[in-house]
Ligand binder design. Structure first.
Ligand SMILES: Cc1ncc(C[n+]2csc(CCOP(=O)(O)OP(=O)(O)O)c2C)c(N)n1
Length: 334
């Protein structure tokens, strides 16, 4: 099956309200991400790993899913995806500050290991790409139960070098499972560029080797990603099996709060990144279409900041986990 470049999203029939909602979702993801980095730099959040630059991909995919029906097995950059699926800024700030009320892990796991029973989001381990096999298992469960749910799982292009990724795609294609394999390709695995990671030009060049369709898309174009994701979800629901989506994103921040990308990326490359900011692209498109004005864009930003401020106040005041519970959920109890 050939790699297909995505068609322009002309066929999309999204009204202005939905487009504005998607824009707000991207802004909320960005501002919350920035807030978590600030908390890290203040020494209050132990770790931050940024999704800045990936928002269009995640919101485009998230809006193709049926909320609280479909499932996700995300990776650490998927902040905007889990927000679209129903998690809140408060959920993530409780996690960032390691509070007892953190729904992801009760303040135990590193931040960015997203988990929500209520919104069908499955937590993962930290070893890269282990989540891929979990998603395939979720897809198999849907098949056994005769449900038409879909599960999306994500990783970076570096994650596709792991054996788990290859086994997962192979198995899902053989059994035509309703899994969407999203690769958020930002060109780097920490400091390792894509060319040192694979000898093919596109991750989707490998799709034919497993017998599933692979679609390459501009991950900075929220509507293009959305169209590709809508088609992949429809295919999976019809029982026609998995799709591999490779979305080319920019990584605007360093790999994580423990990294400094100025040590391995050229200054020109870093300067150029900002001209590919997906939020600016969508804002300009919406303004050109007469759907958004600069005043309205400023109001969306202020509204998102107010939501994050309110959430942070609650998270600040929330209790830390009781030290006596530190070993709970580690070994079998009772
Ligand atoms: C099995 C394993 N090896 C190495 C690491 C350390 N590690 C964490 S993230 C990462 C890079 C992953 O890059 P990529 O999959 O391209 O995703 P990105 O972070 O660029 O979004 C590495 C090497 C790990 N967590 N697990």
């Amino acid at each position: 099956m050939a790699v297909t470049e995505s068609a322009p999203p002309a066929a999309l029939d999204l009204g202005p309200d939905t487009l504005l909602e998607m824009y707000r979702a991207m802004v909320l993801g960005r501002l919350l991400d920035e807030r978590i980095i600030i908390l890290n730099r203040q020494g209050r959040a132990p770790f931050a790993i940024s999704g800045q630059g990936h928002e269009a991909t995640q919101v485009g995919v998230g809006y193709a899913l049926r909320r609280d029906y479909d499932w996700a097995v995300p990776y650490y950059r998927d902040l905007s995806l889990v927000l679209v699926m129903g998690m809140s800024p408060l959920d993530q700030l409780l996690a960032a500050l390691g509070k007892a009320g953190d729904p992801n892990s009760g303040g135990r796991q590193m931040p960015a290991h997203y988990s929500s029973r209520a919104h069908n989001i499955v937590t993962g381990g930290s070893p890269v790409a282990t989540q891929i096999l979990h998603a395939v298992g979720v897809g198999l469960a849907f098949r056994y139960r005769g449900e038409d749910r879909v599960v999306v799982t994500a990783c970076g292009e570096g994650g596709t070098s792991e054996g788990d990724w290859h086994e997962g795609l192979n198995w899902a294609a053989v059994h035509r499972l309703p899994v969407i394999f999203l690769v958020e390709n930002n060109g780097f695995a920490i400091s390792v560029p894509q060319a040192r990671q694979m000898a093919v030009a596109h991750v989707t060049d490998r799709a034919a080797g497993y017998g599933l369709p692979g679609v390459c898309v501009d991950g900075g174009d929220v509507l293009a990603v959305h169209q590709v994701a809508v088609e992949a979800v429809a295919r999976a629901r019809r029982g026609e099996g998995p799709t591999l989506i490779e979305a080319h994103c920019v990584r605007l921040q360093s790999h994580s709060s423990d990294d400094d990308q100025r040590r391995y990326r050229a200054p020109d490359d870093l300067r150029d990144l900002r001209s590919h900011d997906p939020l600016d692209r969508f804002r300009v498109d919406l303004e050109a279409a007469g759907i958004l004005s600069p005043e309205r864009a400023a109001a969306v930003r202020a509204d998102c900041l107010a939501e994050i401020d309110r959430a942070q106040q609650i998270a600040d005041e929330a209790p830390a986990p009781d030290p006596a519970t530190a070993l709970h959920h580690v070994h079998q109890e009772g």
